[in-house]
Design a protein around this ligand. Structure first.
Ligand code: AMP
Ligand code: ZN
Length: 480
């Protein structure tokens, strides 16, 4: 029996059994990178967690439509107060380059980092600047419904006093949120009101990114991009929305306020998932603080990015985790130990032509135990401890073990089989992958009773200096 999928929902503040809007389909939106610099390892923790959610749904037979957006406009330096420079424009000025150039460089860096971490590419990776019309349309709708007002020379703002449910995601008292101790000098009606459309300055300076709108030339506020693109790509309602925990109080609260007034079915998003931060020495890792812990840095120091992924999966996704080099070293060692055990199983023994020699009941038993752990609100550390049990279980044959490990690779994306093969390829007693392929082909020929072909392949293996010996599990391969 596989446990049902349960996820902790920030909206209801409990772990809930997942019920899709459309059977066997999941629409999921993940707040993506602001592309003015490299993404740090904290950001990567979030994208690994997103990837586990996606892999879990795939392993349970769902079709997943996944959006990770690229914020290339409108994210202000002070996003709590909705004030300050646009992070993209500021960086471009500092470097004397065009904003578009900056966006391109850091988008490429993001794509390369998630590939190194074996994060499955999202179905859609929309750029905010490609969806300006949709954002204007959404602001227009809010204005028509009476939720928007203009502050001259500043922009179009959302009036949070008009949306009764404003505090529902954060669970905070609205009056406290709205009033605050500070006297608002920005011209906003309520302290929590936020920018939907900013006006370009009329002091002679010019923004690089700006567009015409019904309210004047300007640029979209930060949160409107996520509602506009989510709606366009996933529909008026969708299943899951994710992001780091700092987005609960403002960005995601604002997204809900933007979408719910104009849709028939509420809540807009059924499950809100928020990830714990990866912490630096004293604080959350953050790009604005200039934290330079990145995937390329790990690689330059000789770490396998899988060691970092393994470290993240040993923690609980909602809890904060400290990043230290010692902790990463321990994780790297733990990861290598598993890879070595997998290589020991792979070395010599094995193959499973058409899966015939695995023990199906045992395989299902292990697989269900591992999948159940992940289905239970992403208990990846428990899944990894079941894997450890499997590796040292004498009652499970090698072929079955390898089949389970292949499943773990699909589910957790830790590339154990690949790294084990690399270890075998590199070692003294390594059997190169071409020879393993020959032996696999021979096993397949035998299974098809093509004895002549099987003999030819054995001769070829022999000429290359290796020997193949049949075993009850499959075969053993080694140097002659
Ligand atoms: P950003 O590029 O800053 O907009 O962030 C991209 C994603 O990473 C967002 O979902 C953030 O919430 C998340 N994030 C930012 N800092 C951290 C951190 N230290 N730990 C975990 N996730 C983070
Ligand atoms: Zn967002």
């Amino acid at each position: 029996m596989i446990s049902p999928i349960k996820l902790y929902n920030t909206l209801t503040k409990q772990a809930e059994e997942f019920v899709p809007i459309v059977p066997n389909k999941v629409g999921m939106y993940s707040c993506g990178p602001t592309v003015y610099w490299h993404q740090h390892l904290g950001n990567m923790r979030t994208f690994i967690s997103n990837d586990i959610i996606k892999r879990m749904f795939l392993a349970n037979g769902y079709d997943v439509a996944h959006v990770i957006n690229l914020t290339d406009v409108g994210h202000l330096a002070n996003d709590e107060e909705d004030e300050g420079d646009d992070k993209m424009e500021r960086k471009a000025k500092e470097e004397g380059r065009s904003v578009w150039d900056i966006a391109k460089e850091y988008t490429e860096s993001f794509v390369s980092d998630i590939a190194d971490l074996n994060v499955i590419s999202p179905t859609y990776m929309p750029r905010a600047t490609d969806f300006i019309a949709e954002q204007i349309e959404q602001i227009q709708k809010l204005e028509d419904l009476g939720f928007a007002y203009v502050i001259p020379e500043k922009g179009v703002y959302y009036d949070t006093s008009k949306f009764a449910d404003y505090g529902k995601l954060s669970g905070q008292d609205l009056s406290k949120l709205r009033g605050g101790e500070r006297v608002d000098t920005t011209g906003k009606r309520n302290h929590t009101d936020f920018l939907l459309w900013g006006f370009s300055p009329n002091d002679g300076t010019k923004r690089e990114m700006e567009w015409e709108s019904p309210w004047g030339i300007g640029w979209p506020g930060w949160s409107i991009e996520c509602t506009a693109m989510g709606t366009k790509l996933l529909g008026a309602n969708f299943d899951i929305h994710t992001g780091g925990q700092e987005h609960i109080n403002i960005h995601h609260t604002n997204e809900i306020a933007q979408q719910e007034p104009s849709i028939a079915h509420k809540p807009w998003v059924h499950t809100w998932v928020h990830f714990g931060w990866l912490m630096g020495k004293d604080a959350k890792l953050s790009k604005s603080a200039g934290d330079a812990l990145t995937v390329p840095l790990l690689k330059s120091k000789g770490y396998d990015p899988m060691a970092f992924r393994y470290m993240m999966l040993m923690g609980s996704y909602r809890s904060p985790m400290d990043f230290t080099w010692d902790a990463l070293d321990a994780a790297a060692q733990g990861y290598k130990n598993i890879v070595k055990k997998v290589a020991d199983i792979r070395r010599g023994v094995l193959h499973t032509p058409s899966g015939a020699s695995i023990a199906p009941l045992q395989y299902e038993g292990w697989k269900n135990k591992i999948l159940s752990a992940v289905n239970d609100n992403l208990k990846t550390a428990v899944a990894l401890s079941v894997l450890q049990e499997l590796l040292s279980d004498d009652a499970t044959d090698a072929a079955t073990k390898l089949e389970v490990i292949r499943f773990v690779d699909e589910l957790l994306g830790l590339q154990f089989m690949d790294r084990a093969q690399k270890l075998l390829d590199a070692g003294d007693v390594a059997v190169p992958s071409e020879i393993v392929a020959l032996a696999d082909a021979r096993a397949a020929a035998k299974a098809a009773k093509d004895w002549a072909r099987a003999d030819e392949l054995r001769a070829e293996i022999d000429r290359a200096g290796y020997a193949v010996v049949d075993t009850p599990d499959g075969f053993q391969l080694g140097k002659k």
